[in-house]
Design a protein around this ligand. Structure first.
Ligand SMILES: *[C@@H]1O[C@H](CO)[C@@H](O)[C@H](O)[C@H]1NC(C)=O
Ligand SMILES: *[C@@H]1O[C@H](CO)[C@@H](O)[C@H](O)[C@H]1NC(C)=O
Ligand SMILES: *[C@@H]1O[C@H](CO)[C@@H](O)[C@H](O)[C@H]1NC(C)=O
Ligand SMILES: *[C@@H]1O[C@H](CO)[C@@H](O)[C@H](O)[C@H]1NC(C)=O
Ligand SMILES: *[C@@H]1O[C@H](CO)[C@@H](O)[C@H](O)[C@H]1NC(C)=O
Length: 356
């Protein structure tokens, strides 16, 4: 146990491409360094000698103590510690994941590894299994912001549990902005085909992509689109990039307010996306908003459904979102059909390895 933990900390430190960053001194993983682990291990062995009743059950009690220590350490790990640890050049990439989404997390991560941005990825775990699984394989890259939502009810799209789960998102993002970091949020049913950062041009407050399937001209405006039938635009809450500006924080505060004002109801079966759109629309005058190009950031409703368009824009896509389809199995099947299910052949490239 201790040895495998130790080995797993190595990739994080070795692949740090920014040796000047304060990562080393701040590492929450510092508890798990070779020396500390050796010291801990020796201590436990000595205790075992001193107290024969422990040594009679040495293997299991050692494992038990170690995993207790491991768990309480990550339970106490805070969002600000986590952001300080993974933040690279003032930027973090976050996702929010509960256990059933782990295969999607891995798929998304592999695509990010290919673009060499994995070091700044922070997984906001929505349950303790996810927190421990990720940190066991990739120490410091998962954090849980208590209280953990009820795992049993958090997964069905349109359910109250799903609403409660996604309602936490603007709070986490606001907190990261308050810490002074640029933050990119992604849903994990996305795959990167190219590096999105060159597309985050200029100094705007909030960048996002449209969830509308209608084809736009390549030179479409980067302003917030006009409201649709429901009186608001249809921006996707799946991919958001923000700078730590007053404007971006205002959008997050407004989003939190909108979710409180229009709570989930059986009749509406809302998710958090309408709230995000109301927040964008209501703050548009005060905030510098930026709509990303459709050809690079298409909704799944366009990418997976209009082959003509995909041919016309071949090679221009940056992030693909597997939406406009409901259910894990269907999403996986579709990713496989399009060669975007990377976990089958490329799991070894993930910092999490094979994970289920
Ligand atoms: C760090 O951020 C600055 C400013 O945003 C950017 O110009 C630079 O390329 C970044 N460096 C790395 C190594 O990402
Ligand atoms: C969702 O949150 C509301 C308000 O906090 C709470 O009353 C409700 O029990 C939660 N529902 C689920 C299914 O988690
Ligand atoms: C896009 O290009 C078309 C044709 O070249 C032009 O008429 C139109 O004004 C352009 N639109 C924008 C928003 O620049
Ligand atoms: C599909 O894409 C083509 C090419 O961009 C476009 O002309 C057509 O209107 C699109 N079809 C639908 C149903 O949106
Ligand atoms: C991923 O898996 C495919 C299929 O096995 C392989 O050809 C490719 O080299 C792997 N690595 C990358 C970086 O795509």
């Amino acid at each position: 146990m201790s040895i495998s933990l130790h080995q797993r900390t190595l990739p994080t430190t070795l692949t740090d491409p920014y040796p000047k960053s304060p990562k080393f001194s701040q590492k929450p993983g510092s508890f798990l360094t070779r020396n500390n682990l050796l010291a801990l291990f020796s201590l436990l062995i000595i205790l075992g000698f001193l107290f024969p009743y422990i040594s009679t059950t040495t293997p299991s009690s050692l494992f038990f103590s170690n995993s207790k220590i491991f768990e309480s350490k990550w339970r106490a790990y805070t969002l600000s510690e986590a952001v300080a640890f993974v933040g690279t050049n003032g930027t973090v990439i976050v996702c929010a994941v509960s256990q059933p989404y782990l295969p999607f997390l891995n798929n998304w991560l592999i695509s990010i590894v290919k673009q060499k941005h994995q070091d700044k990825v922070l997984v906001i775990a929505e349950d303790y299994v996810t927190l421990f699984k990720v940190n066991e394989r990739w120490p410091g890259h998962a954090v849980l912001v208590p209280p953990a939502p009820d795992a049993q009810v958090a997964h069905k799209f349109g359910s109250q549990g799903f609403f409660n789960f996604t309602s936490r998102r603007p709070r986490h993002l606001l907190q990261i902005l308050e810490l002074g970091y640029n933050v990119m949020y992604n849903d994990v049913d996305m795959v990167w085909l190219a590096d999105p950062f060159p597309y985050l041009q200029g100094k705007h407050d909030v960048y996002f992509m449209d969830d509308m399937i209608a084809v736009k001209p390549l030179n479409h405006s980067n302003a917030l689109p006009p409201p649709g039938k429901k009186g608001r635009p249809y921006i996707c809450s799946c991919m958001i990039y923000m700078r730590p500006t007053t404007g971006a924080k205002l959008v997050m505060k407004k989003w939190i307010e909108e979710l409180q004002d229009q709570p989930w109801s059986k009749a509406k079966k809302a998710n958090d996306q309408p709230g995000f759109n109301w927040a964008l629309q209501k703050t548009a005058e005060q905030v510098d908003l930026y709509l990303l190009p459709q050809a690079a950031f298409p909704t799944g409703g366009l990418y997976f459904k209009n082959r003509t368009w995909v041919k016309e824009t071949k090679g221009m896509q940056v992030i693909i979102h597997n939406n406009y389809i409901v259910g894990f199995e269907k999403k996986i099947k579709r990713f496989k059909e399009y060669g975007l299910w990377l976990v089958d052949d490329n799991a070894s490239e993930s910092p999490l390895g094979e994970i289920s």
